[in-house]
Ligand binder design. Structure first.
Ligand code: 5GP
Length: 193
C-alpha cells in the first residue's frame, strides 16, 4: 500500500452517492508534505516525458498542481470556471459537468498561456466519470498542444473515467485507485498497482 492509500484509509470518509470525502488533507485543508510526495511520485512516473507545463482545473486541482510543478520546474495553468455570458474572444473553452455539484460549468484558458509548443501534464485531485479531464484534453487539443500525461490523486476505478481515458491512449497515472467503497461499513478497497 502506498502513502496516499494509507492516508485515505486513515482519514478518508465514504459518503452516500459514491463520494469519498478527503477534505481534511486533500481538497479543503491541504497536507503540503503529502502533496510534495505526490509531486515526487508523478515526477518519477513521468520521468521519460518532456513536460513544459502543468494544467489543472479550478479549484481543488490547483494546490496539488502547484506543489507538483516544483518537481518539474514548470508553470501551472488552471482552467477557470467562467460565466458563459462574459466569455470574450481570446480563450479556449470547454463545458464540464461537475460530479460533486451536478451542474455544468464553462471553463476557459487564455490563448496567451497555451499554444502548439506546449507539452502538458494534466493534474487533478479526483477522476470519476472523466468530465473534468475530457474538458481539459479538449482545451489542450484546441490549442494544438500535446497531452504528455495525466496525473490523478484518487481515481474511482468503479466509475467510467479511467477506462475511457486509458482507451484513448493517454498515459494516466493515478496514485490511488479505489476499486470499491461502501458508505455503510466505511470499507475502501484499492486496486493493486
Ligand atoms: P469527473 O469529472 O471525473 O466526473 O469528476 C472529477 C471532479 O469531480 C474532480 O475534479 C473532483 O473535484 C470531483 N469529484 C469526483 N468524485 C469525487 C469524490 O468522490 N470526492 C470528492 N471530494 N470530489 C470528487
Amino acid at each position: 500500500m502506498n502513502f496516499l492509500e494509507e492516508r485515505i484509509l486513515k482519514d478518508g470518509i465514504v459518503k452516500e452517492g459514491n463520494v469519498l470525502k478527503v477534505d481534511s488533507f486533500l481538497n479543503h485543508q491541504m497536507d503540503i508534505e503529502l502533496f510534495n510526495e505526490m509531486g515526487k511520485e508523478w515526477k518519477r512516473r513521468f520521468a521519460d516525458k518532456n513536460i513544459n507545463k502543468i494544467m489543472t482545473i479550478e479549484a481543488s486541482g490547483i494546490g496539488i498542481a502547484c506543489i507538483a510543478a516544483q518537481h518539474f520546474g514548470v508553470p501551472v495553468v488552471f482552467a477557470k470556471k467562467a460565466k458563459s455570458i462574459n466569455i470574450e474572444g481570446d480563450v479556449y473553452t470547454a463545458e464540464v459537468e461537475s460530479f460533486t455539484h451536478k451542474n455544468k460549468n464553462q471553463v476557459i484558458v487564455s490563448k496567451k498561456f497555451l499554444n502548439e509548443n506546449d507539452h502538458v501534464l494534466l493534474i487533478d485531485d479526483f477522476l470519476a466519470n472523466g468530465c473534468a479531464l475530457q474538458g481539459l484534453i479538449q482545451i489542450v487539443h484546441a490549442a494544438g498542444a500535446t497531452v504528455e500525461g495525466i496525473g490523478i490523486a484518487v481515481e474511482k476505478g468503479f466509475q467510467m473515467g479511467g477506462k475511457s481515458i486509458r482507451n484513448l491512449g493517454y498515459k494516466l497515472e493515478s496514485l490511488a485507485i479505489v476499486e470499491s467503497m461502501d458508505w455503510k461499513t466505511g470499507e475502501i478497497v484499492f486496486r493493486e498497482q
